[in-house]
Design a protein around this ligand. Structure first.
Ligand SMILES: [Zn+2]
Ligand SMILES: [Zn+2]
Length: 688
């Protein structure tokens, strides 16, 4: 553990004495644990926006002693008398019982609170209010709350506001409005409760009507309006209010940042972030998650480091975002550092944090560590199971993935649609075609889940790889919704494997109709032509790609060496150690050829001479990255290489030889899965 604080402190702010500030105390953060269950930063931020606005006027039991006349606020509501209490001898008992009720309610134990309440001979309005607040906090207790409310002998402002927020919490805005209009006195919290309620139910017109006539607005009011507009995606209105607001709280600033990030306007979010006078954890989380969501993982992870450097304690949302960033970048070293942070923090037993770590390890290629953690997580939820099943699926461990799925069902866990994406992926990568078809049908039949586009893409992939192209097309035609571009992209991939030009032309046509700027449509079609040596067609596709100004995603591979990512393109010209990498590859080529390797020229996508083709193949990005790893990483350590596109057939074949010649485990992650190469074999059994 000696290095973690040093590492983090060396990131940017070395003099802050991180050791003391990383985790100064166990701060309960109201925003943390429940969000991000679905790993969705958007959801997390949506929830965090609203936390500060709903008001829950829980009565303070001590207040009674200080302000015995507060019931005078409502002198004769419903003709009830408001005489002060005359049981002085018992008032200390009342205060004690009230305190007990409040503490039960705080723990969410409504039954015990009611028990105390029923046994009290003397009750004050505070007593009633506390129980009412307890009911209002629980969803679905609206009826009980109403019944209790009408029994309160002397309801005060708190009683009314509590009842009002109960309507709002139960999303009964119509009743809330009627109740609000009948309230004898409306104070600022009453107005705020209504405005917040409308804003959270996306009824901004109604919120605005109230906002305009509200007598005294406070910071909560402005926050509710600004957050509401952001939630609806109406950034213009949000900005107008934000600029006008006399109080700009951290909540409002953060809401604006969230809104900009949602629309992908990162520059504007950054400007606000720099300008804002005070930031809280939610603000940092909004920025970090925003970067990750907008595929700027590097910036997200960098900001996370900065935040920790400042001594701000991350919560599970922060960690989930940071880990998602590490997964995207395959930054295993940083991922491990975040893991150490989690271990030291109060989140060490947290399900969400544990699940994010499992996902990170699986995506960084260390399946065993993901599994070790999975076993340790004390309370697994469906997201945790999904993470591990899809981890196995991505690594081609089909049997283990399906075994875990069975175990999940046995344990009474209810699978969701994401579980089935993982299950179908597992069947797909392991070549279990019939089983996949069975699971696909069982999803609706046995679990009542409706198939989504993702499931169809998996199925087309499954059938396509198995050579059942006609069945795949049949399935696309039977889809209950308009086929999406990805499904044709997948079909195209299958056409390439089976060299079916006719079907490839059909699929690429469909794909380009749906998405004319799709590079995949052109590239894959060109690949099919190249595989069948129809170079004139390849040239034609390239030409029309150029005239349509379609930009091909450049392929690159990267490897992490000493916490630094080294990136290689095909035929890379920029890496400073290129000479020794080429040397290593030349040496390997000789040994591979002796062992029987024949370059697969089909994957050299240019119509050039054979020798030149071999050269092109030898300098493919993944081979360069592996050679660099062989030079730099100590013998015995596995080599983990990542590629942003699918690994090519020739590289796949060559890496099998390399793993045997060098006696190294080589793990390659491409866009769809992991390949574990060892002793001349790959875990995918050449089925990918
Ligand atoms: Zn290759
Ligand atoms: Zn493989």
């Amino acid at each position: 553990m000696k290095t973690i604080t040093q590492k983090f402190s060396s990131f940017c702010f070395p003099n802050l004495g991180i050791e003391n500030v990383l985790f100064p105390n166990k701060t309960e953060n109201p925003l943390s644990l429940h969000f991000l269950k679905t790993f969705s930063p958007a959801k997390q931020r949506a929830s965090s926006l609203s936390t500060c606005t709903i008001q829950n006027p829980i009565a303070d039991p001590n207040r009674e002693a200080n302000s015995p006349t507060k019931t005078q606020l409502y002198p004769t509501i419903f003709g009830k008398s408001t005489k002060p209490l005359h049981h002085h001898a018992k008032s200390s008992d009342v205060i004690l019982s009230n305190k007990m009720i409040t503490s039960h309610i705080r723990c969410g134990d409504l039954d015990s609170a009611l028990n105390v309440f029923d046994n009290m001979t003397l009750k004050t309005t505070v007593t009633w209010n506390s129980v009412l607040a307890g009911m209002s906090k629980k969803r679905g207790k609206l009826k009980e709350a109403q019944e209790l409310f009408v029994k309160i002998p002397e309801p005060d402002a708190v009683s009314y506001n509590t009842m009002l927020s109960c309507y709002v919490r139960n999303s009964n805005m119509e009743r809330a409005q009627a109740f609000f209009e009948d309230m004898p006195i409306k104070d600022t919290p009453s107005w705020n409760t209504m405005i917040t309620g409308f804003a959270q139910n996306q009824q901004m017109d109604k919120a605005r009507d109230l906002f305009l006539i509200m007598p005294t607005k406070n910071v909560v009011t402005w926050n509710a309006m600004i957050s509401g507009y952001v939630e609806c995606g109406d950034l213009d209105s949000a900005l107008k209010l934000f600029e006008k607001a006399p109080f700009k709280s951290v909540v409002a600033w953060t809401a604006m940042i969230t809104g900009y990030m949602k629309l992908g306007r990162i520059g504007l979010a950054e400007r606000l972030f720099e300008k804002m006078p005070e930031k809280n954890l939610v603000t940092w989380n909004a920025m970090i998650a925003g970067y990750i969501e907008n595929h700027r993982a590097e910036d997200g992870v960098k900001l996370f480091r900065t935040m920790v450097g400042f001594g701000i304690q991350p919560n599970s949302s922060t960690l989930s975002s940071a880990l998602l960033g590490c997964s995207e970048l395959s930054a295993l070293q940083l991922g491990r550092q975040v893991h150490q942070l989690v271990c030291k923090s109060p989140l060490c037993d947290d399900t969400t944090a544990g699940t994010s770590l499992i996902s990170m390890y699986c995506k960084c290629g260390v399946l065993e560590d993901g599994w070790k953690l999975f076993v340790q997580v004390p309370r697994r939820d469906v997201v945790t199971w999904n993470a591990m099943i899809s981890g196995y699926a991505q690594h081609g461990e089909g049997k283990k993935a399906l075994g875990l799925f069975d175990e999940m069902i046995e344990k009474g866990m209810k699978p969701d649609w994401i579980t089935f994406v993982a299950v179908l992926m597992a069947c797909n990568h392991a070549g279990f075609t019939d089983l996949g078809v069975k699971y696909f049908h069982s999803m609706a039949k046995d679990y009542g889940l409706v198939a989504k586009p993702d499931h169809y893409t998996c199925m087309v992939d499954l059938l396509g790889r198995a050579g059942k192209l006609v069945e795949a097309v049949d399935l696309i035609e039977k889809m209950p919704f308009k086929p999406h571009a990805a499904v044709f992209g997948t079909l195209l991939g299958a056409c390439r494997i089976h060299k079916n030009t006719e079907m490839a032309e059909f699929a690429s046509q469909k794909l380009l109709n749906l998405d004319p700027a799709s590079a995949t449509g052109y590239v894959q079609l060109a690949n099919v032509y190249a595989a069948t040596k129809r170079w004139d067609h390849v040239a034609r596709v390239r030409k029309s790609m150029k005239s349509c100004k379609v930009v091909k995603t450049p392929g690159y591979s990267w490897i992490e060496v000493k916490s630094m990512a080294h990136q290689f393109r095909s035929g890379d010209k920029f890496h400073p150690e290129l000479a020794s990498i080429h040397g290593k590859l030349k040496e390997l080529e000789k040994k591979m050829k002796l062992a029987g390797y024949v370059p697969d020229l089909e994957f050299a996508l240019h119509d050039v001479g054979e020798e030149q083709k071999e050269q092109l193949l030898l300098w493919h990005g993944e081979k360069l990255a592996i050679a660099y790893g062989l030079i730099k990483l100590p013998p015995g350590t596995p080599i983990r290489v990542f590629k942003n596109l699918r690994v090519c057939g020739d590289c796949h074949r060559a890496i099998k030889y390399i793993s045997q010649i060098e006696r190294r485990e080589i793990i390659v992650r491409d866009t769809t899965r992991f390949h574990h190469f060892k002793d001349g074999h790959c875990s995918c059994a050449d089925y990918w």
